[in-house]
Design a binder for this molecule. Structure first.
Ligand code: CP3
Length: 341
């Protein structure tokens, strides 16, 4: 049994005294203790070494006491396991030297045996569960198939992912084959994570907002729905799409336990679009953590009032930025923990 199960209760829609809180990308570069480890080990070494990954996962918990931990890893471990080379270049970000743009490229993409290819993630989960000692739940995650396709085709980060969208619109059959391969791998991967001990899973569709609502249904949502269908009976699923307010209705009806919202959609509108019954998560503008701490606290309290304290998980609207002062992140977490209805 998990001692602080506030997060899991909010995902079930139960009545709570205050909402639970965590921050997307909470294990990251704004933390000095993270930067210490980062100096010594490269990115994928940190992901692949259970002792390091578990240590990085619990760092923000020790400092701030969030109500959930999220396993330190990356969405790009999936393409890597599928035989697509992925590098993390310092001061550049993800780099995939042989992107997928043709049938020949697609033919070398495999659906791996996840227990073998990603066994290190399962070991990191075991190590993290030991460190957490059943105090709080652990979240596992994956990128959405569309967001992973973006990197696999573009070969690197991008403001608009034109090559990835061009690939889908000129070679839709290949795109759908790649999306299905990623979906099958992701389902096996998330099931293995649940088996290894994560208490909930989140699907990050960071680039869903690049697509028109119609293309979103075709190239992103139908694959996320497959993932929700496959996981929802074994663990609560959170779906988060950056810039995807237009899809909130489908998300709410998908069987997901909660739906993530970014800061471009108001809490009131998010409640309206989702029909008022599903748990929502979000949506503090990550750059708003640059405001003075007393202002952050006021805005957080207002955000909770706007969403309502029940069926709600307090979070940012996307990942925390590397330049956020540590006491500003603390103001965010504290304001939620001190909330009184
Ligand atoms: O939330 C957490 O604390 C867990 C850790 C986590 C990381 N990546 C660690 C990481 C999570 C949940 C992710 C997910 C992820 N990775 C997403 C989806 C979420 C989002 O923010 O949209 C995406 C799109 C990626 C791909 C990715 N990984 C990018 C674009 C980058 C480069 C960022 C940059 O500016 O360098 C990464 C690297 C990465 N993943 C870092 C961390 C802490 C920073 C690099 C480093 O630590 O050396």
């Amino acid at each position: 049994m998990i001692k602080n199960d506030l997060f899991l209760r909010a995902l079930k829609g139960e009545t709570v005294d205050r909402p639970p809180v965590w921050m997307m990308r909470q294990a990251g570069r704004y933390l000095p203790e993270f930067m210490e480890i980062r100096k010594k080990y490269d990115f994928f070494t940190r992901c692949q070494t259970p002792e390091l990954a578990s240590e990085i996962t619990v760092q923000p918990i020790r400092r701030y006491g969030m109500d959930a931990a999220i396993l330190f890893s990356d969405i790009l471990v999936i393409p890597q396991a599928m035989n697509i080379e992925v590098e993390m270049k310092p001061n550049f970000g993800p780099y995939l030297p042989s992107p997928i743009r043709s049938k020949e490229d697609l033919d070398r993409v495999i659906i791996p045996e996840v227990g073998e290819a990603l066994g290190y993630v399962m070991e990191a989960i075991t190590a993290t569960k030991e460190k957490l000692n059943d105090e709080i739940p652990l979240i596992g995650f994956a990128g959405s198939p569309w967001t992973l396709l973006c990197y696999c085709v573009e070969g690197q980060g991008s403001k608009s992912f034109d090559k990835a969208r061009g690939f889908c619109f000129t070679q839709p059959e290949l795109a759908h084959q790649l999306l299905q391969k990623i979906t099958d791998t992701t389902i096996a991967y998330l099931k293995a994570k649940v088996k290894a001990g994560v208490n909930a899973v989140q699907v990050f569709d960071s680039w869903g907002g690049m697509l028109s609502p119609k293309d979103y249904q075709e190239f992103s949502w139908q694959y996320i729905q497959q993932i929700v269908n496959a996981l929802k009976d074994i663990a609560p699923v959170i779906v988060f799409g950056k810039g995807c307010w237009f899809a909130l209705k489908e998300m709410a009806q998908s069987g997901a336990a909660a739906v993530g919202v970014d800061w471009t959609c108001s809490p009131q509108n998010a409640r309206y679009l989702t029909g008022g019954n599903v748990t929502l998560q979000g949506n503090f503008d990550p750059a708003r953590l640059l405001s003075p701490p007393n202002q952050i606290r006021k805005m957080v309290t207002q955000m909770i009032h706007d969403f309502g304290k029940d069926k709600y998980v307090a979070n940012l609207g996307h990942g925390i930025l590397p330049n956020i002062p540590v006491d500003h992140a603390k103001a965010f977490v504290d304001a939620v923990k001190e909330f009184k209805a």
